[in-house]
Design a protein around this ligand. Structure first.
Ligand code: AHR
Length: 494
């Protein structure tokens, strides 16, 4: 048995959780939209063609915000193709995923779905093949009440979309309309100005690096913010992780990489703030993150042109679920600066929710730590300084066996999210709660399995579910709990 300890003290506040930290992402890619959220003719479809069974799980997942419509897709997208009578809309070749896009779902349909699923939109504009004019027209279409060309075409109440992404992964050579940092910085600045001229109340996300390994990482952020600091509110981050070969130990430690990545971006943004004598701080929109087995993907250039192809429908194991829970711990730990997070993606495409066309819907293993964190991880993040044994990893050196974050909820209750990264040894956790004498009851829920490769499937959708463990003992201001090997845990104290 490993031994670890930590102290929870509400005097040490780290930051407030923005509920948008638990956002997700719907891209016109694979089966995320078509036969994912939208499938007219499905037995559960509503009058607009959206699957009620999927919308029900989106609500259960606890997602408050959904980024749309891409992703790489947005860099070739003409949003005007997706408005007007559906029968008149063109079918286009989407270059990002070599797919046929029928445009049966466009901005109006997405907004109808968002309302029915109870989520706010986060809209991306195309800064790949398009630019200022298309972006400002889309803001006019969505947010101006009426009396102008684009707003009158919309009709009805304005959508009042608050948060907008200035393109997607513009640093990536795979992106249609890829740009250098300087080219993007100028375009982002001028597009931001025009979009705010239409609606000054919007907030804007500038593209950061596509991942920490990009050769331009760091200098990209510095150049973009150096040009556009005052015109934007957030810089984006994207990160996908996977297990390489049989190196599960390193995979279980990827949250340490996410921690370092976030710290680097904060340092870069704050450097630009200092140099430019800026007042405000730029916060982070971590608007794509997840486990993604990219090594299994054939690559977009090798795809046959298809309509609604099955693309990157990764099946997540309990190990993947523990890692997703750990990545959420990393995001929460940075709640003072990471204000938006988007689990990429929402349905079928590297997603917590899976569907079969004309068939069932089910929760992947990763659904569970996400849904529980989104539900209970609201309030104030508290600083922790855990003491934990270390584990050796090939990619990240020595890492703590225990990773944890504590959140004080608005009612004063404490929720501790914790992972035990050891694959074979349980971890006895001693928690000092003497600063919180009113706490009297505790519960322990965990996601783990004797088989680290256990998965949920359509045929066996409840193979991996959260388990309630024996209530931990709370005695004299101390709580003892045992975290199973390779587990994600939630300890709730009220
Ligand atoms: O989420 C899948 C893809 O990953 C997105 O389209 C792109 O932004 C990222 O590279």
């Amino acid at each position: 048995m490993h031994q670890a300890s930590l102290t929870v003290d509400p005097a040490f506040r780290a930051g407030e959780v923005d509920p948008r930290l638990y956002g997700s992402f719907v891209e016109h890619m694979g089966r995320c939209v078509y036969t994912g959220i939208y499938e007219p003719g499905h037995p559960t479809a509503d009058e607009n063609g959206f699957r009620r069974d999927v919308a029900g799980l989106v609500r259960e997942l606890g997602v408050p915000l959904v980024r749309y419509p891409g992703g790489n897709f947005v860099s070739g997208y003409r949003w005007e193709d997706g408005i007007g009578p559906v029968a008149d809309r063109p079918t286009r070749l989407d270059l990002a995923w070599r797919s046929l896009e029928t445009n049966h779902v466009g901005v109006n349909e997405f907004m109808t779905w968002a309302k029915s699923a109870g989520v706010d939109p986060m809209m991306a504009v195309n800064l790949g093949t398009r630019g200022i004019d298309a972006a400002r027209s889309l803001v006019e279409y969505c947010n101006i009440p009426g009396g102008t060309y684009w707003s009158d075409l919309r009709g009805g109440d304005p959508y009042k979309i608050k948060t907008w992404c200035l393109g997607n992964e513009m640093d990536g050579p795979w992106q249609t309309g890829h740009k250098t940092a300087q080219e993007y910085a100028r375009l982002a600045l001028e597009t931001a100005k025009a979009m705010r001229q239409v609606d000054p109340s919007i907030e804007l996300v500038a593209c950061g690096s596509s991942n920490r390994q990009m050769p331009t990482f760091g200098s990209w952020e510095a150049t973009v913010l150096g040009e556009a600091y005052d015109a934007v509110d957030y810089i984006s981050m994207h990160a996908y992780y996977q297990q390489h070969g049989d190196d599960r130990a390193s995979f279980l430690a990827v949250a340490t990489d996410m921690d370092g990545f976030i710290d680097d971006v904060i340092a870069t943004a704050d450097h630009v703030r200092a140099v430019g004598r800026h007042q405000k701080r730029i916060n982070i929109s971590f608007d794509e993150w997840n486990v993604w087995y990219q090594s299994r993907f054939v690559g977009e250039t090798n795809l046959e042109i298809e309509q609604t192809p099955r693309l990157i429908e990764d099946v997540y194991s309990v190990t993947d679920a523990v890692v997703v829970g750990n990545l959420l711990i990393s995001l929460l730990r940075h709640a003072d600066r990471v204000k938006i997070g988007c689990l990429a993606q929402l349905v079928n495409v590297i997603a917590p929710i899976m569907t079969e066309p004309d068939g069932t819907v089910w929760r992947q293993a990763s659904f569970h730590p996400f849904a529980l964190t989104a539900r209970y991880g609201q309030g104030t993040v508290l600083q922790l300084a855990p003491s934990s044994p270390l584990l050796d990893t090939a990619l990240y050196g020595e890492v703590p066996a225990l990773d944890a974050v504590a959140v004080q909820q608005p009612d004063g209750g404490i929720v501790l999210f914790a992972v035990n990264r050891s694959q074979d040894t349980p971890l006895s956790l001693d928690i000092d709660l003497r600063a919180l004498p009113a706490l009297s009851t505790a519960s322990h829920t965990a996601v783990f399995d004797p088989d680290p490769d256990a998965v949920n499937t359509a045929a066996d959708p409840e193979r991996v579910v959260p388990t309630s463990l024996d209530d931990p003992k709370l005695d004299g201001g101390r709580l003892q709990a045992v975290l199973p090997p390779l587990s994600w845990n939630m300890l709730r104290l009220s």
